[in-house]
Write a protein that binds this ligand. Structure first.
Ligand SMILES: Nc1nc2c(ncn2[C@@H]2O[C@H](COP(=O)(O)OP(=O)(O)O)[C@@H](O)[C@H]2O)c(=O)[nH]1
Ligand SMILES: [Mg+2]
Length: 680
């Protein structure tokens, strides 16, 4: 029998900007709930959540960590997430695992970039939200100012549920038992504001309230949950993770006011693919079929692959048989675990609301849905939106023979991280969200997988295309000693719309090129597609129409038509006004407002165009622009120097545009030189 029913479970993700104090607050909550005997610290590397060696050396959370604690007869699962922009993918990934996103705000720094982003992301995922103002003990904090900034930025539904008192040494409750004085503003007024906001979702209660002037906390419970679910109320509470002020009160709020799984918004489960996908209604009932979602995967050298999941429906026990997504082969759970940071504790049963883990199931992957319904249809969650990884590095093994091990290690790292991608082309290129993310990957390769690589900026993925129609012709004829080779091809090329790729059309009449040789002609043409004639880049957006040719009954061979197709295509391209295309990316730069002019000037000097600006937080602007990727080399370092480390940016592919003629000339020159040296 599970010890806790879904109604007794709370799930909370602590999210927000780096250094707001999420990891320390998790430690303080565990301590207050009696789950740990003494509080560790981030500085000493002794917290439950930042257990990874690299987290200790960076002194920042790099992964989502899971802990649980009991308060009375309630079990609380807390996910401590990273707040550095480079690691935000792991925080976004954790959102479907919880009913409540608690956005932790640093009282010293106020609203920061990830504060705003997390408010938006959590809102879009329909999570209940609350704001925790941490570090109220610190010097030079303006708490009343911060409350009005929060309300100004995120709306008047952000209302204090408690307030600092006694010179920020404790907090006073404004909801259940409003009495006493706070350091600023009136407890009674804060109480009124909360009740006014809550009763707005329930007309009957509103009339009663207007008539009698008061309603009991018990009557307020259901509308309070509804207001949270609808985003109509975002409570603000105050804590100091360091001194413990407000931490006990926060636990009490979690137990009494945050939604249990039956009171929150279930994430959207879908069955089937694409636009035909059908929504599945999820019921947080332990007796129904199992629906659980894997929101984190760890690949540990000792334990193997670990899938961390949230149960949304049904019960997972030792004997439960589970399917993964549309997989047909079930596996037996055998050992369901609860996690406390790096510690695994085996448990009997996990019910809706529980966060658990299973080890050594190879097929498990990030974002997989676990279920027991024998259903072959693809069951999945409405897709999460992650920032696109665009900071790339080309990597090469330091030691010969390490290629295979490096490739395997990179794919394991990519399996853990939705914002890390590996591509193998002429170079192995790894992409992530920023310099720190890349450094972390290289550090992991070394410390965990014991392989070393050298890294360099990757080559820009230029493309070649044509801008006019043209004709091409080649006659391949060889008479060397014995059997000859003969094949002749006439073709036309036409530009296609940007992004359409390549089309090959056979319009040969009367068998002048016998059908068995057409694949050879196409093969020859495709050889040019991989390495275009101007500078050796892939050719795209071209239609090739083969319309005439000649063959010889004895001398026509495959090689002859490959060669004729290739040369005829090159002949046509040369006459079709070929150009080089370059990737243009959408950049979003977030920086302090006074730096906007410098940043905009810099963007213009990089052939970029500003497409808009927006205030994302008080004093912080987001600047959107389109810039050629080739101009963004080293941009992180430049932005850092322009903004004194206060700026960050994200990049996403927009489209391909022709390069300016001088760039085309330079690229062609470099190419012809390398071709010459290769031929020598
Ligand atoms: N003064 C003060 N410092 C705090 C408090 N909570 C955390 N810190 C410090 O703030 C820094 C960042 O804390 P951490 O928990 O790693 O933040 P996270 O990035 O949000 O997880 C560390 O140096 C903590 O010791 C607090 O309540 N008051
Ligand atoms: Mg942390």
């Amino acid at each position: 029998m599970p010890k806790f029913s879904p109604e007794q479970i709370r799930t909370v993700a602590l999210v927000g900007h780096g250094a707001a104090g999420k990891t320390t607050l998790t430690e303080a909550l565990l301590h207050r709930a009696g789950a740990i005997a003494s509080m560790g610290s981030v500085e000493k590397g002794s917290t439950v959540c930042d257990f990874d060696a690299l987290e200790k050396s960076y002194q920042h959370s790099l992964n989502a960590s899971i802990v649980h604690m009991s308060a009375g007869d309630t079990r609380i699962h807390v996910i401590d997430t990273p707040g550095l922009p480079d690691f935000v993918g792991r925080a976004i990934g954790a959102l479907p695992a919880v009913e409540t996103a608690a956005i932790v705000v640093n009282a010293q720094n106020g609203i920061e970039m990830i504060t705003s982003r997390m408010m938006q992301w959590a809102g879009r995922r329909n999570l209940c939200r609350m704001i925790i103002v941490n570090k109220i003990d610190a010097e030079n904090v303006d708490l009343p100012g911060l409350v009005s900034k929060l309300q100004g930025t995120f709306g008047k539904e952000c209302l204090p549920i408690n307030l600092p008192a006694d010179g920020r040494k404790r907090v006073v409750d404004c909801f259940f038992n409003p009495s006493g004085d706070s350091d600023f503003s009136s407890v009674e007024e804060a109480h009124q504001a909360l009740i006014d906001q809550v009763v707005e979702v329930d007309e009957a209660l509103m009339s009663k309230y207007l008539e009698q002037g008061e309603v009991s906390p018990a009557e307020l419970h259901a509308p309070f949950e509804q207001a949270l679910r609808e985003g109509h109320l975002i409570p603000i509470c105050f804590v100091s993770a360091r001194t413990g002020a407000g931490v006990g009160e926060l636990l009490e709020i979690m137990v009494k006011l945050l939604p249990n799984p039956t009171e929150g918004n279930c994430p959207q489960f879908l069955k089937g693919e694409g636009p035909d996908a059908q929504p599945i209604k999820c019921q947080p009932d332990p007796s129904k079929h199992v629906l659980a979602h894997v929101f984190k995967v760890m690949i540990d050298p000792f334990v193997g692959k670990v899938g961390v999941f949230r149960v949304h429906q049904g019960t997972i026990g030792r004997d439960t048989q589970l399917y993964i997504g549309d997989g047909r082969k079930p596996f037996r759970v055998a050992h369901p675990y609860l996690l406390q940071g790096k510690e695994f504790t085996e448990t009997d049963a996990l019910v809706p609301g529980d966060i658990g883990a299973i080890a050594k199931v190879d097929e498990i992957h990030f974002d997989a849905v676990l279920h027991d319904s024998h259903d072959e249809d693809h069951i999945h969650l409405a897709p999460l939106e992650f920032p696109t990884p665009m900071h790339s590095l080309a990597v090469e093994p330091k030691r010969r023979g390490d290629e295979q091990r490096i490739s395997e290690a990179l794919h394991k790292l990519a399996a853990e991280d939705p914002t890390f991608k590996v591509t193998h082309g002429t170079q192995t290129v790894i992409s992530g969200l920023g310099d720190l993310h890349m450094r972390y990957i290289l550090d992991r390769l070394q410390s965990q997988y014991h392989v070393e690589v050298t890294s360099s900026p990757p080559r820009i993925p230029y493309r070649e295309t044509i801008t006019a129609k043209a004709e091409g012709h080649h006659r391949h004829k060889k008479q060397t000693g014995g059997a000859g080779q003969f094949g002749e091809v006439f073709l036309r090329v036409e530009p296609l719309k940007r992004g359409s790729g390549f089309e090959f059309v056979d319009q040969v009449k009367g068998g002048v090129i016998p059908t068995q040789f057409m694949p050879a002609v196409e093969k020859g043409v495709r050889q040019v597609l991989d390495a275009g004639p101007i500078a050796g880049y892939p050719v795209q957006d071209v239609r090739v129409i083969v319309y005439d040719g000649k063959h010889h009954p004895v001398d026509s061979k495959e090689v002859a038509f490959i060669s004729a197709g290739k040369r005829a295509f090159m002949d046509a391209i040369a006459k079709a006004r070929p150009i080089i295309l370059e990737p243009i990316v959408k950049v979003e730069i977030t920086a302090p407002e006074p730096k906007m002019g410098d940043i905009a000037g810099d963007i213009s000097s990089k052939r970029g165009q500003i497409s808009g600006t927006e205030a994302v937080a008080p004093g912080t602007v987001a600047i959107r622009a389109q810039v050629p990727l080739a101009e963004l080399n080293n941009y992180q370092a430049r932005l850092k120097s322009v903004t004194a480390g206060q700026g960050s940016f994200s990049v996403e592919l927009s489209h391909y545009d022709p390069v300016p003629p001088n760039v085309q000339k330079d690229l062609a020159t470099v190419h012809s030189k390398t071709v010459q040296t290769e031929e020598q």
